[in-house]
Design a protein around this ligand. Structure first.
Ligand SMILES: Nc1nc2c(c(=O)[nH]1)N[C@H]1C(S)=C(S)[C@@H](COP(=O)(O)O)O[C@H]1N2
Ligand SMILES: [Mo]
Length: 326
């Protein structure tokens, strides 16, 4: 890791574009802050990216947060520590380890344009800050259950995906909503690994997308959402395994074809389209009966639909023949 970084910042400036020089400096500072390298504390504090929270200081949407908490969504467990939820991540575009938050600071989040396309009355593009201005922002406490059997509980801020579906005006023939992550292998080193089916793609039925729980998160812990957690906007579907919660979305496409999703394409026997949490249906390689709660030594029993059955079980009535739980 350090060797790779060193190669980057040793590049003569004459060979680098001004932007990449800036990025490399940021990465150098972030790398030094975490490593056992002697440097004055003042220099560390001044560095952008010296902590995961500091990395958000320049976000133009900062004034929108914290949003008012919607008390309808309550937790049965403590909120995961911010430091942990923002430094233990899955974001394969930046690497396959959990420790990618520094690498993710390279993600450019402004300007950021979202495309609404496919089977809609009129396709359009909208800048993230214009979208944020149109949407009713609120904070929700949600559990998050990764398919790898760890879990967290976090305060997302954002808006119901149903509000975005209304704005998009889908045609009645549309049955699915396909959501896609940014594709930019200059800043996402993981995307240089050609064996993955980039860009990361996820999908929901329209009924799922308009369920009250389906949420677009644009903030976390009362601040703009950090890059490593999927800035500037990511999905949160708390009744499904975490891989459904696609990060850094650039397009919402309405379609009558079920989208081929990223993990389903890689390993269909292990990761499916539905991916609803169910403790009784094991992953082919491990049990899903319990989960490790991030930040504790505890394992707790996993709940059907991750504890959200009252909200979503009806969505799957009459679909017993489908592989609903992986
Ligand atoms: N684009 C993209 N989205 C993604 C992933 C990813 O690798 N790339 N990982 C998924 C998985 S497996 C999980 S558990 C969550 C992790 O979100 P967090 O890092 O905010 O906890 O993001 C999901 N969304
Ligand atoms: Mo996950």
């Amino acid at each position: 890791m350090l060797i790779k970084r060193k190669r980057g910042w040793e590049l003569p400036e004459s060979q680098a574009t001004p932007e990449s020089v800036f990025r490399q400096r940021r990465r150098l500072i972030a790398g030094l802050a975490a490593g056992p390298i002697l440097l004055g504390a003042g220099a560390l504090l001044a560095g952008r990216g010296a902590s995961p929270a500091a990395a958000e200081e320049a976000d133009p949407s900062a004034k929108l947060y914290p949003a008012k908490q919607n008390m309808r969504y309550r937790l049965d467990r403590p909120v995961t520590g911010e430091e942990l939820a923002t430094t233990y991540n899955n974001y394969y575009e930046f690497g396959s380890s959990k420790n990618i938050w520094r690498e993710a600071q390279d993600l450019p989040i402004r300007p950021w344009t979202v495309s609404i396309k496919g089977m809609v009355e009129k396709p359009f593009e909208i800048a993230i800050d214009d979208l944020l201005a149109k949407m009713p922002l609120e904070e929700r406490l949600y559990r998050h259950r990764c398919v790898e059997a760890w879990s967290m509980a976090v305060p997302w801020s954002g808006f119901a995906l149903a509000r975005l579906v209304e704005l998009a005006k889908p045609l009645s023939a549309a049955k699915y909503l396909k959501m896609v992550t940014l594709e930019d292998s200059d800043v996402m080193p993981g995307q240089r690994a050609g064996w993955y089916p980039w860009p990361y793609t996820e999908g929901l039925t329209i009924a799922e997308a308009t369920n009250e729980l389906a949420f677009i998160a644009t903030g976390l812990y009362g601040k703009p959402i950090p890059r490593q957690n999927g800035a500037p906007l990511r999905l949160a579907t708390p009744w499904k395994y975490g891989f459904k919660s696609v990060k850094s979305i650039v397009s919402f496409e309405f379609t009558d074809q079920r989208p081929q999703t990223f993990w389903e394409e890689i390993q269909p026997a292990e990761y499916g389209f539905w991916a609803n949490v169910n403790p009784k249906v094991p992953h082919p390689r491990w049990s899903q009966a319990s989960e490790r709660v991030l930040g504790t030594d505890e394992r707790v029993p996993t709940q059907l639909f991750n504890g959200y059955a009252d909200y979503v079980a009806d969505l799957y009535k009459g679909m017993e023949g489908e592989k609903l739980y992986m």
